[in-house]
Ligand binder design. Structure first.
Ligand code: COA
Length: 325
C-alpha cells in the first residue's frame, strides 16, 4: 500500500461575525455564560444566499494552490457536510463545476462533526490502492441555515465555515493510523428531525421548528468526553505510539470544556492542544479541517511533526487519526 499524506490545506470563513454581545440581544443569554460554559466568543455567519459550495470552493482553491495542484488534475472530490446546497445533487458536484475539476469523481459524505476524518480516511483508501493519484477533501457547513435562533440551548454554539485538504502519495510520513466508529442507537440526542424522508417539509413541520438542529447538550457532553478519550487512546495503540510521540492534538471544536476534559484524562498539557473555538464556534464538518489549516498556517504544525486528530459528532460517530506532517 502506498503512503498517503496531506499536501495542501486551505480555509474560508465568511466575513460576517456574530459576537456573544450580538446574541445577548437575540436570546436570554450572556457573554459570561457562553464564554465560561463553552469557550466561544464569536462565530462567522454566511451571508444571505451564500451556500456551502460558495464557502467550500474558496477553501478548495486555497488548498489546491498550497498543494500546487491544478483543479483539472484532481481525481476525486469528497465533501463532508450536513448542510449541502441542496439534497441532490451533491455539493461535491457543484464544487467540481465551480473549480473546473472536470475529471474528478465527486460525492458528499455525511458524518457530521467527524466528517473530515471520515473523508480523509475514504480518500486515503482510493490513493493507497492506486485507484486515484490525488483527492480534495472539503469540510464545509452553513449551520446558520439549520440553527434555531430562538433556542438559546443551541444557537450560541454554532458557526459557518469551510476548510479543505489535498491528499496525494507522499514518500514518507503521511497518515500513520486511523480509527473510526459509530453508535447508531443514539440518533435522538443530536439531529434535525424534519426535511428528510421521515418527515418531509410541511406547514406543520415548519411551524413546529422541526427543521432545526435539536440537541441534548448535557447528555452529549459526557459521551463526547469519554468517546474522544477512547478514540485517541485506540488510534495511538494501533500505531504503537504514546502521547510522548504527539506534538499537537487537534480535537473537534464543540466546547472548550469538553476539549480540556479530554486533554486532562489523557494527561496532555494544554499547550499541546489546538483551539479555534473561541473565534469560530462549532462548525461541525468544517471545524477539524479549519483548525488543522490554521495550525499549519500559524506554524504550530511543522514538517516532521506528528499530530493527532480527534473527532466526535451526531450519529453518534467518532474518529481519530495520526499524521506525520
Ligand atoms: N445562556 C444562558 N443559559 C443557558 C444557555 C444560554 N445560551 N443555554 C442553556 N442555558 C441554561 C439551561 O437552561 C440550564 O438552566 P436551568 O439549570 O435553569 O435548567 C443551565 O443553563 C445549565 O444547562 P446545561 O445544559 O446543564 O449546561 P451545560 O453546562 O451542560 O452546557 C452545553 C450546555 C450545550 C454548552 C454543553 O452541554 C455542551 O457543550 N454539550 C455538548 C455539545 C456538543 O458536543 N454538541 C455537538 C456534538 S459535536
Amino acid at each position: 500500500m502506498k503512503r498517503v499524506g496531506i499536501i495542501g490545506v486551505g480555509e474560508y470563513l465568511p466575513e460576517k461575525i456574530l459576537t456573544n454581545a450580538d446574541l445577548e440581544k437575540m436570546v436570554d443569554t450572556s457573554d459570561e455564560w457562553i464564554t465560561t460554559r463553552t469557550g466561544i466568543k464569536q462565530r462567522h455567519l454566511a451571508a444571505p444566499g451564500q451556500a456551502a459550495s460558495d464557502l467550500g470552493v474558496r477553501a478548495a482553491q486555497q488548498a489546491l494552490a498550497d498543494a500546487k495542484i491544478k483543479a483539472e488534475d484532481l481525481d476525486l472530490i469528497v465533501v463532508a457536510t450536513i448542510t449541502g446546497d441542496m439534497p441532490t445533487p451533491s455539493t461535491a458536484a457543484i464544487i467540481q463545476n465551480k473549480l473546473g475539476a472536470k475529471k474528478a469523481v465527486c460525492f458528499d459524505l455525511s458524518a457530521a462533526c467527524a466528517g473530515f476524518v471520515y473523508g480523509i480516511s475514504v480518500a486515503q483508501q482510493f490513493i493507497a490502492c492506486g485507484t486515484y493519484k490525488n483527492a480534495l477533501v472539503v469540510g464545509v457547513e452553513v449551520l446558520s441555515s439549520v440553527t434555531d435562533w430562538l433556542d438559546r440551548n443551541t444557537c450560541v454554539l454554532f458557526g459557518d465555515g469551510a476548510g479543505a485538504a489535498v491528499l496525494a502519495q507522499v514518500p514518507k510520513g503521511g497518515i500513520i493510523s486511523t480509527y473510526l466508529g459509530c453508535d447508531g442507537s443514539k440518533t435522538d440526542i443530536l439531529n434535525i428531525p424534519a426535511g428528510g424522508s421521515r418527515q418531509p417539509a410541511t406547514a406543520a413541520s415548519i411551524e413546529q421548528r422541526q427543521h432545526y438542529l435539536k440537541m441534548q447538550g448535557n447528555e452529549l457532553f459526557k459521551i463526547a468526553v469519554n468517546t474522544m478519550t477512547r478514540a485517541a487512546e485506540t488510534v495511538l495503540e494501533q500505531a504503537g505510539m504514546t502521547f510522548k510521540d504527539i506534538d499537537l492534538i487537534i480535537p473537534h471544536q464543540a466546547n472548550a470544556r469538553i476539549i480540556m476534559a479530554v486533554a486532562k484524562k489523557l494527561g496532555i498539557p494544554e499547550d499541546r492542544v489546538y483551539l479555534n473555538i473561541e473565534r469560530c464556534g462549532n462548525m461541525s464538518s468544517a471545524s477539524m479541517v479549519t483548525a488543522l489549516c490554521e495550525a499549519v498556517q500559524e506554524g504550530k504544525v511543522k514538517k516532521g511533526d506528528t499530530i493527532l486528530l480527534d473527532v466526535f459528532g451526531a450519529g453518534l460517530v467518532w474518529g481519530a487519526c495520526i499524521i506525520e506532517w
